[in-house]
Design a protein around this ligand. Structure first.
Ligand code: NAD
Length: 365
């Protein structure tokens, strides 16, 4: 199989963790006798520095033509003081690639239970996926801006959804629930927000087509609490862009570190191979506090690369190789600094990769 990938290492720890993923992807491609062409493009802050634009046309064209895109992370304090923002590139790319559903699986690794702040009994059987709407809501709504009101500098954003946007992401979530434990939780703020009332009505209408799936509705404030008090009760959660952004960072803590979590963003578009086009990225940011120190946890990026192989290239066996190698590396007790137990010695990013390569090379098919 031949495939074209675009790599967007981005900023901060992005290039450090994408470099690990590239080596591992090259290894599994060679082992599976596939040709993966990987083409790196500037994106985010690094693209602002080079072109004054976080999403240069060349980068966008390459992503639109690729079979899949692997992203590290963007942003950092350097670009926080006026001018174009790296995060605008991310929002633009998701919109241009029409990636309206962001899937974020939350499943604590059994050997990392002690890295979680939750009590071990709360972590029993935790295995859920958050489907976050990705191209609508308050991050994109217009009007958005600033003006003087009654002599005061005033800022405003707009949370806007139409039925088509809610319906398509809801269908992705229902379909996913069907392949799992058959339960969907829709999260909104319908006691206050009109856009949430439309969200809930639309989810209820779509539910008529999925009567085999149990549907519950939660207000976002209650959902934030239940994620901590009863995380094992969730199967699939569907929610808006803003709520999904916040709840998945909260949920990541359940797993011990935000560095562990992958994500896959998909839409209805297919790539040249006939599989869904997608953007795969860890859920964390560019971690400026540890950038350049060589200590970033590459697990979220590696698991994102595994999802890329599975969903956008149809390479299930190769995806499982990476997942198995991550699992065995953690089982063997190897840890980066964010997940290491107190008093234990953490590995650098490169040392962790080397341990993972040992596991990979010992795996049988
Ligand atoms: P962050 O996720 O970058 O970091 C939060 C904390 O988690 C930090 O202490 C960091 O060191 C730690 N962390 C994150 N990833 C880690 C990893 N792989 N290994 C070990 N530790 C890790 O969030 P932040 O500090 O709020 O944001 C930093 C920048 O990233 C900001 O500019 C923000 O806008 C941007 N951001 C980008 C994305 C993205 O590219 N998708 C997502 C979120 C934030």
């Amino acid at each position: 199989m031949k495939a074209n990938l675009v790599l967007l290492p981005g900023d901060g720890i992005g290039p450090e963790i994408v470099a690990v993923a590239v080596e591992i992807l090259s290894f599994v491609a060679q082992r599976g006798a596939h040709q993966l062409k990987m083409n790196s493009q500037l994106f985010g802050g690094s693209a602002i520095d080079a072109y004054g634009d976080p999403l240069p046309q060349e980068t966008l064209d390459a992503c639109l033509a690729a079979d899949a895109v692997l992203l590290g992370a963007v942003g950092g304090p350097k670009w926080d003081h006026g001018g174009p923002r790296p995060e605008a590139g991310l929002l633009g790319l998701r919109k241009q690639m029409q990636l309206f559903a962001n899937l974020r699986p939350i499943q604590p690794h059994p050997d990392l239970i002690s890295a979680s702040p939750l009590r071990p009994e709360r972590l029993q059987d935790v295995d859920f996926v958050v489907v976050r709407e990705l191209t609508g809501g308050i991050y994109f709504g217009k009007p958005k801006g600033r003006k003087q009101v009654d002599g005061l500098e005033t800022a405003f954003d707009t949370m806007v959804y139409n039925t088509a946007e809610v319906e398509r992401v809801t269908r992705v979530a229902f379909e996913l629930a069907r392949t799992r434990k058959g339960k969907l939780t829709s999260v909104d703020k319908s006691n206050v927000l009109e856009s949430s009332r439309l969200w809930r009505e639309t989810v209820n209408r779509v539910a008529q087509d999925y009567q085999d799936v149990i549907l519950e509705h939660l207000l976002v404030d209650a959902a934030a609490m239940h994620l901590i008090t009863r995380p094992a009760s969730f199967d699939v959660i569907v929610t808006s862009n803003l709520f999904g952004d916040i709840l998945t960072d909260e949920a990541s803590v359940i797993t011990g570190s935000i560095g562990n979590l992958p994500s896959a963003s998909i839409g209805n578009e297919k790539n040249a191979l006939g599989f869904p086009s997608g953007l795969y990225e860890p859920i964390h940011g560019s971690a400026p506090d540890i950038a350049g120190k060589g200590i970033a946890n590459p697990v979220g990026t590696l698991l994102s690369a595994a999802s890329l192989l599975r969903f956008s290239l149809g390479l299930e066996k190769e995806a499982q190789w990476i997942e198995k190698a991550v699992d065995l590396t953690l089982k063997a007790g190897h840890r980066t600094a964010d997940i290491v137990a107190e008093g234990k010695f953490p590995l650098t990013t490169i040392q962790f990769k080397e341990k993972l390569q040992e596991q990979l090379s010992q795996l049988s098919d």
